[in-house]
Design a protein around this ligand. Structure first.
Ligand code: HEM
Length: 405
């Protein structure tokens, strides 16, 4: 497997990364371990990977589909709507609340989630050299990114932490916030040496809602792009879904194992979309040798997931959309090089949640609607917009409600 690396060695990284950097995504060592494992445990307690959470996701999907139905077949760009709906899933877990799609405050938060991740594309060196943010002006867009981070932490995170503290009591429904606060209190009472803190919680909230929105919603947008380009694939997915659910029932998570072709289409979408092509920068703690290259301790490494997902030695004609590459004798095969969620100990901690969302959104969409271009032959571009998260260029499409299979 070919792995691309962008490496940069500097001693300062040793001092900065993992010490000052709190949260999960950019943290290291014991702090990262404790934050990550508690966050995964909380997500699991809310049903990550289980049918109880799938049921809640389906409720959100149904509101989304009803909103698409109300478009009455008119052409629309649904990127922002899709982002808002997907964001509701992670918000329901983190703060215990979903928002109406037209809620202006929520729309502005979701916009900040997207702008923060977009700004990171240029501003990532600030993770390695935090002093960059003190350079006057908007060097590398660090101010833009920092503004979004502050909005999300102060106006979103702090507001809901405050609410959780006020409502604290036996009757309050548990959320990520209340579960974290309970664990923090417990660890402090027991006098444990812990990294759980209010500051960490603020950063974790921000990172979960940002990481959990654009990644998943843009994958769904790419799925739409490919279905428009390949109507025969769309039809085959539809027929497969109907053969399992029958004409009336909507798809549920138990159907996943019975829909190999549909799963292969989702996987091929993820491979080609390569949602986080440069993944996330990480710090090399100890000198490491990979394929004969020595990476010294203190090096910042940008793993190129793109180079693995598009590697010509692994994938025949890698730029072609060919879901069949994930099928063997009617069963789904997952090559080692299929790493849209990265790999190893830093692998996306919410892969199970994202997979559930991707399956439920895409299958419910195809079951209820035929996706059509605005006019015959007017197809969206397959080139992504520039940015840390690979998203399709803006496009409109039509959603035609199906009557019978
Ligand atoms: C299709 C959807 C998604 C894709 C393709 C994706 C992909 C990734 C990738 C490539 C990484 C970097 C791994 C590394 O550092 O090597 C990552 C990390 C992460 N993702 Fe996701 N992700 C998705 C959805 C989500 C969702 C829904 C959440 C929300 C809870 C989430 C939360 C995180 C977090 C917190 C990390 C940092 C993990 C760590 O450093 O330990 N992701 N994701």
């Amino acid at each position: 497997m070919l792995v691309g690396w962008v490496v940069e060695e500097h001693n300062e990284a040793k001092q900065n990364i993992g010490k000052e950097v709190v949260g999960i995504v950019f943290a290291n060592g014991g702090m990262w371990k404790e934050q990550r494992s508690l966050s995964i445990a909380i997500l699991k307690s809310f049903g990550m990977g289980k049918s109880s959470l799938a049921h809640k996701i389906s409720e959100e999907v149904n509101v989304y589909l009803d909103t698409l139905a109300a478009l009455d077949g008119k052409p629309e760009d649904v990127r922002s709507l899709t982002g808002t709906s997907v964001s509701n899933v992670i918000c329901s877990i983190v703060i215990g609340k979903r928002f109406e799609y037209e809620d202006p405050l929520f729309k502005s938060f979701v916009d900040s989630f997207s702008r923060q991740i977009a700004a990171f594309d240029n501003a990532w060196p600030v993770v390695v050299w935090p002093w960059l943010r003190f350079i006057p002006g908007n060097f590398l867009g660090t101010k833009t990114m920092n503004n979004c981070v502050q909005i999300i932490r102060k106006e979103f995170g702090d507001k809901f932490i405050e609410l959780a503290l006020k409502e604290d009591g036996e009757d309050a429904a548990p959320t990520f916030i209340t579960s974290y606060l309970k664990e923090m209190e417990k660890a402090q009472k027991e006098g444990k040496d812990t990294t759980l803190s209010m500051e960490q919680l603020r950063v974790n909230i921000q990172q979960l809602v940002v990481a959990g929105t654009d990644t998943t919603s843009n994958t769904i947008m790419w799925f739409m792009v490919y279905l428009l380009h390949y109507p025969h694939v769309q039809n085959k997915v539809y027929q497969e879904i109907c053969s399992v659910t029958g004409p009336d029932r909507e798809p549920d998570i138990q159907d996943k194992v019975k829909l190999p072709y549909t799963n292969a289409v989702i996987m091929e979408t993820q491979r080609l979309a390569s949602i986080l092509p440069q993944s996330v920068p990480h710090y090399c703690k100890a000198e490491t040798i990979i394929q004969g290259y020595t990476i010294p301790a203190g090096t910042t490494v940008l793993p190129s997931l793109d180079s693995v997902l598009m590697d010509e030695e692994t994938w025949e004609e890698p730029l072609k959309f060919r879901p069949e590459r994930f099928l063997h004798e009617g069963r789904v095969v997952k090559p080692d090089a299929f790493i849209p969620f990265s790999t190893g100990p830093r692998i996306c901690m919410a892969e199970a949640l994202a997979n559930m969302e991707l399956f439920l959104y895409t299958t419910s969409l195809v079951k209820r609607f035929e996706l059509l271009p605005c006019t015959t032959g007017q197809l969206p571009s397959r080139h992504p917009e520039d940015g840390m998260v690979s998203s399709p260029l803006p496009f409109k499409l039509r959603f035609l409600e199906r009557s019978t299979p």
